[in-house]
Design a protein around this ligand. Structure first.
Ligand SMILES: Cc1cc2nc3c(=O)[nH]c(=O)nc-3n(C[C@H](O)[C@H](O)[C@H](O)COP(=O)(O)O)c2cc1C
Length: 327
């Protein structure tokens, strides 16, 4: 199994979190993480956990202490930059400081948007609250003994590189790794993990993948995983290419009749143009095309950073930019 693997737990009842961690400890995870970022009403509303926990830093501190006492690995928190009206940088600092004082938590993964707990869906909560990367970079500056992983809206290898150069311990890429695996993920192993021979064509990736997928089919019981499960991560591999929609529809139609992932791919890939299937990996965006541009006065002043799109949609009254992400 590939490592590191982090287990995320969710909850607000400290003894239950402690018990869950104790049970999980036997499974060899590399880190245990507490969810303080989910805005879903099912979680933050009825369950009173997820992002809502950010409103009670002491509870999170005690929960993290209990989690740490019940496992042999480091612990971390995944959170937003704030919740509803509790959105100031000071409140975020209080949260980080309280949790780090009450527990051995030294790693925070921060989705650089606040959560809005009432009135918008979890999906809208990943789009509507503006990204404020400056909060994360300010934390990196203000808490040098703590590791911060930056998350939210990061879509290119050049951005990852830039964030690491600016002191982020890690960069978490969520939707982009699923939505554009070819232009983004295909470069990650070579750019960040030193793999010498990156993938060359999608046909080559699929040849390797079908062998892996067929070897794990039903490994954990009937349909666990199923062919549908194993093919799902591939569905955006041809994103924005000619024939991509037709291929996805062909997969959908054929998945019930196939006995293996290799059979499914054999039946459906012919709908894609040969040149798409065999086209070489485009080069990653180079860092000079895609940097976080840092103003000379950073980091002694409040930081403002945004994407080019956001910059274009800015009202004139918005604050002056000190950092601009040229995506
Ligand atoms: C379908 C979906 C499910 C998610 N589930 C979780 C989750 O269980 N725990 C969590 O901490 N974040 C979860 N997230 C949030 C992501 O971890 C991430 O913070 C968010 O998508 C922003 O990053 P991105 O802009 O790179 O996608 C989920 C996101 C999506 C799209």
């Amino acid at each position: 199994m590939q490592h590191p693997i982090v287990l995320q737990v969710g909850g607000s009842d400290v003894p239950t979190l402690a018990k869950a961690t104790r049970l999980a400890n036997a499974y060899g995870y590399d880190e245990i993480n507490l969810n303080c970022g989910c805005p879903s009403d099912k979680v933050a509303g009825h369950g009173c956990f997820g992002a809502r926990l950010m409103l009670d830093p002491k509870l999170v501190g005690h929960a993290m202490a209990a989690i740490a006492e019940n496992c042999d690995v480091p612990v971390s928190v995944k959170c937003r930059i704030g919740v509803d009206d509790a959105e100031s940088y000071d409140e975020l600092c209080t949260f980080v400081d309280t949790v780090a004082t009450l527990s051995p938590t030294r790693h925070f993964i921060i989705h650089a948007r606040k959560a809005i707990l009432k009135g918008i869906s979890p999906e809208a909560n990943r789009k509507i609250p503006p990204l404020k990367y400056e909060y994360v970079f300010s934390l990196i500056r203000d808490f040098p003994h703590i590791k911060f992983t930056i998350n939210g809206g990061i879509v290119a290898v050049g951005q990852v590189e830039a964030a690491l150069k600016m002191g982020a311990y890690g960069v978490m890429v969520g939707r982009a790794s699923y939505n554009s695996p070819w232009s983004l993920l295909a470069h990650v192993d070579s750019e960040f993990y030193g793999v010498q021979r990156p993938a060359t064509t999608r046909n080559e990736i699929l040849n390797a993948y079908e062998e892996y997928a067929d070897s794990v089919l039903g490994k954990y019981g009937p349909g666990k995983p199923s062919i549908r499960h194993t093919v799902k991560p591939l569905l955006h591999l041809f994103h924005a290419e000619q024939g991509a929609g037709l291929w996805r529809r062909s997969v959908d139609a054929a998945v019930r009749d196939c006995a293996s992932c290799s059979e499914l791919l054999k039946r459906t890939l012919p709908v894609l143009p040969e040149d798409v299937l065999h086209s070489p990996l485009p080069p990653p965006m180079s860092s000079h095309e895609n940097p976080f541009v840092v103003a000379p006065k950073w980091p002694d002043v409040p930081l403002f950073l945004q994407t080019k799109d956001q910059q274009e949609s800015l009202a004139p009254s918005e604050p002056l930019l000190d950092l601009v992400l040229c995506a």
